[in-house]
Design a protein around this ligand. Sequence first.
Ligand code: C5J
Length: 220
Amino acid sequence: MVGIKAEPFAFPVRHDELALIVIDMQRDFAEPGGFGASLGNDVSRITRIVPDVKRLIQGFRNAGLPVIHTMECHRPDLSDLPPAKRDRGNPSLRIGDEGPMGRILISGEPGTAILAELAPVKGEIIIEKPGKGAFYATELGAVLRQKGISQLVFSGVTTEVCVQTTMREANDRGYECLLAEEATESYFPEFKAAAIAMIRAQGAIVGWTAHVDDILESIA
Ligand code: C5J
């Protein structure tokens, strides 16, 4: 077995147990008028990773490996939105409020959709999640078990919030996790750098990180 070139050491890939998770590449985090922008963030940082996320997705599709998309969103009646989450951050628009792309982070609204360039294709799984982590209150664990997946490549946004939370949830559940460095982004470059350093510290304490090219070479 040849591992994927990674930090802090080669990722011991098993291609038949590998899936890609694309976290929250939604208009609400990447476009003006969405949730990310309402918190005062520069959303252009997010759109810059779209080409790298796209070629990672394409590589997994070409290899016949599973691609799983997540979306952070809530029910229209807000019954899965704790007040502590709605009240946080002092955004100009809160989750559930009407914005220029529909209600912020509500299932089915235009702004909640995945960016058109990265849209899931037929057969790909979409996990709608009310939390930052994709295992909390979702069917993700059952889906992965059913597919026999034990290794996850992570991409998407934001590195230190939903990506890192989900990686840590996965790590605790026994999955081996690899973060694709150019295919993830934060509104804060220093937070992305810190998350990458934390993930691979102490002998891959919560996972590995690798360049998109090295991941793609391994699955080609
Ligand atoms: C945030 C996310 N940052 N997808 N969500 O609120 O990282």
